[in-house]
Design a protein around this ligand. Structure first.
Ligand code: GLY
Length: 387
């Protein structure tokens, strides 16, 4: 591990970073009010897209985090416009036949409801929660990630889904109906029983037998190879398990969190920002995934709330060291350099052993930008989660 002697991001640097992020969001807001930033940039610039991808919520989330930082009403107005669009999307079922309802509706609509009492946001997010519920399989006890529900080839969960589940806990809280929370609890149990390997690295996706529900096999979609540790999958695990603990308070999840985080931290390269897959480290001619670094920071900062002070302080210090590296070496510095916030992330990198499409490699991506802002915000205030 390389944490010894590394400096931490200071409160002044955090403030300066957030000041720039919110200036950047405000600068590009006119272009991205009725449209959204794409999932990934091309030559560090995002193109506008309609509300059609699993990633739109991150841009709206950046708007809400900027609103929290500045109180600028232009941001709230834009987010309200987008919330109407999210309601339309779920009512008209535009590209919602997948599990990413939390990524879409938590940082946009739940945030708008929590921060500004937006009732349309509440309505849209509850519909999204119902949609997520409809993807639960009793046989196997998990929420199916992608594809038609009767497809044998898609009878699997993925580690990323842990971030979709807070929407269900929120729905139980709002409606008083435990059905949402119960499904989330059961999915987490299945996911954590199968996704974590002996060395504490994680499978990206895990298949079940469609007839019996028995665990079948792990596989990657976006990692280098089936048995490698895709950096973002491990990061989704870190943050997702912290959130699982937040909502279930199951003691055993603390140990699982430490295991999965331990693997992540002990495989970082010297600048503390992972390559896109832990197959690679210092000296590799491979792209980084800066988004994994900031996602893991959010997970550490969340879990620090529930741990004894000495351990909590250690996690906060580690998060500050990683964020210092991101701030110094990866953060965008001007409107002209990029319309995003964090450079050198990787969305989907083709390898000889995976079957994913090749795009968003060594670019900004919208969740990297969002979780960078979230991690910074967590360090300067008692941030109330959108998740
Ligand atoms: N959830 C998809 C990804 O992390 O790329």
């Amino acid at each position: 591990m390389y944490f010894e002697g590394k400096s931490q991001i200071t409160d002044e640097e955090i403030k300066a970073a957030l000041d720039f992020c919110t200036k950047q969001v405000l600068h590009y807001l006119p272009e991205f009010t009725y449209e959204y930033q794409n999932a990934y940039s091309v030559d560090n610039f995002y193109k506008p897209i309609k509300n059609v991808d699993w990633t739109n919520g991150f841009w709206t989330g950046e708007i809400w985090l900027s609103y929290e930082h500045t109180g600028d009403e232009r941001l709230k107005d834009a987010a309200f416009i987008q919330i109407d669009d999210y309601l339309k999307r779920i009512e008209e079922r535009v590209h919602v036949d997948h599990h990413d309802m939390g990524f879409l509706y938590s940082p946009s609509c739940v945030a708008g409801y929590k921060l500004a009492g937006n009732e349309t946001g509440k309505k849209a997010a509850l519909l999204a929660a119902d949609n997520l519920m409809s993807r639960f399989h009793e046989v196997g006890e998990f929420i199916q990630a992608w594809g038609p529900m009767d497809s044998e080839n898609e009878y699997r969960l993925i580690i990323d889904c842990l971030l979709n589940l807070p929407l269900l806990y929120w729905a139980t809280n709002e409606t008083g109906d435990n059905k949402y929370k119960d499904i989330a609890d059961r999915h987490i149990h299945t996911a954590l029983s199968n996704l974590i390997r002996e060395d504490k690295s994680t499978w990206h996706t895990f298949f079940f037998n469609k007839e019996t529900g028995a665990p079948d096999h792990g596989a990657t979609q976006q990692g280098y190879r089936d048995g490698s540790a895709w950096a973002r999958g491990q990061a989704w695990g870190v943050y997702g398990i912290a959130l699982a603990y937040r909502y279930t308070k199951r003691e055993e999840y603390i140990g699982i969190f430490k295991d999965v985080l331990g693997y992540f931290l002990s495989h970082l390269p010297s600048d503390l920002v992972p390559f896109w897959d832990f197959e690679f480290t210092d000296g590799a001619d491979q792209p980084r995934d800066s988004s994994s670094a900031v996602i893991a920071c959010c997970g550490m900062l969340e879990m620090a709330k529930y741990l004894p002070k000495a351990e909590a302080d250690e996690y906060i210090a580690v998060a500050r060291k990683i964020l210092k590296s991101v701030y110094d070496n990866y953060a965008v510095r001007s409107h002209e350099e990029s319309n995003g916030l964090v450079l050198h992330a990787t969305y989907s990198n083709r390898s000889p052993y995976n079957r994913c499409n090749h795009y968003g490699v060594d670019e900004c991506n919208s969740w990297g930008d969002y979780f960078y802002m979230e991690a910074l915000t967590r360090l300067i205030k008692d941030w109330q989660l959108y998740w």
